[in-house]
Design a protein around this ligand. Structure first.
Ligand SMILES: [Zn+2]
Length: 304
């Protein structure tokens, strides 16, 4: 992990997850904390070597690789932890993540690992999108839903720390089916990102970006490509669609954690296509299959 200065008060720690850091008179505000105590200890060492004091931790969303180090750093620096409510509740009860990935049932032990179930965090304050003031500076909390329900980014001094609202091209290809829970909201988030005019945009996974439109274009195209592949695969059960989709992306899943993440990501597309009435379902002999909706008038319209 290495510390980079962006401009003025803005820094980041480059690593498996890029961590945002805003330094105001030697008081550091962290944006996410990495996956575990060891990562947090590495961060602590770098921050202490600068004689900075972490006073605030802002967590963008409840994925273990983003908040797993929060409780350690909170206790080590006596820092205050802030998170959006819907994400904070999961961070306080991290078993929810393997639970929801396993269809809402008590998960198999293989899903209870540090990648899918971070260490619990005591949240000090739930935050909403909008301005927050820290040390007489105003940070803008921006809503970036789609990757998770309540993900936020931090906009400060024309730099956007955008969490997992968009992925670098290599990360997209590596993930195969990048994790989005709501495709409609994700596309809207990409539209929103294009309205900004920042000097730098920092995705949590991937390289620092100066031209957001290159990144959003790649992400939008990637989403459209997966939706198209699903259209070509139909009809099929969720399991069949997932297998064919992974094969066409040349992804070989080799553990249940990865499988259930990919399944959830695929279901987000199915939900999106169903709710826009492009596809529908059919249950025969207790097998639910997704198929092209040839009679959209027969099925209920999307409700809000
Ligand atoms: Zn994430």
């Amino acid at each position: 992990m290495e510390l980079f200065h962006l401009k003025d008060n803005c820094y980041y720690l480059k690593g498996a997850v890029n961590i945002g850091l805003i330094n105001i008179n030697d008081n550091a505000i962290l944006i996410d904390t990495g996956i575990d105590k060891q990562t947090a200890k590495n961060m602590e060492k770098i921050i202490k070597s600068k004689s900075w004091q972490v006073t605030h931790i802002i967590n963008t969303h409840a994925h273990a690789d983003h908040f797993g180090g929060s409780q350690y750093l909170k206790e080590s620096f006596q820092a205050k932890v802030l998170a959006p409510k819907v994400e904070g509740i999961i961070m306080e009860h991290p078993v929810y993540e393997p639970f929801y990935l396993f269809g809402g049932a008590h998960p198999i032990n293989e899903l209870k690992n540090k990648f899918l179930q971070g260490s619990p965090v005591n949240i000090d304050e739930y935050i909403e999108p909008g301005p927050i003031n820290i040390y007489e500076k105003t940070l803008e909390i921006v809503a970036l839903p789609g990757h998770t329900m309540g993900q936020i980014g931090i906009l400060f001094e024309d730099i956007l720390y955008l969490a997992d609202a968009a992925f670098g091209p290599q990360v997209l290809n590596k993930h195969g089916i990048p994790y989005f829970v709501d495709i409609d909201l994700q596309l809207k988030t990409l539209d929103y990102l294009e309205t900004l005019n920042c000097s730098y945009y920092l995705p949590a996974h991937g390289e620092l970006v100066t031209n957001i439109k290159d990144l959003t274009k790649e992400n939008r195209q990637y989403i459209y490509n997966i939706a198209n592949k699903i259209r070509e695969i139909l009809p099929g059960t969720t399991v069949e669609i997932l297998a064919k989709l992974l094969n066409s992306l040349k992804i070989n899943v080799n553990n249940p954690g990865q499988y259930f993440l990919m399944q959830a990501a695929t279901l987000a597309y199915i939900s999106y296509l169903n709710n826009t009435r492009e596809i529908t379902w059919e249950i025969t002999s207790n097998i639910l299959k997704w198929k092209v909706n040839t009679q959209p008038e027969k099925y209920p319209a999307k409700t809000t």
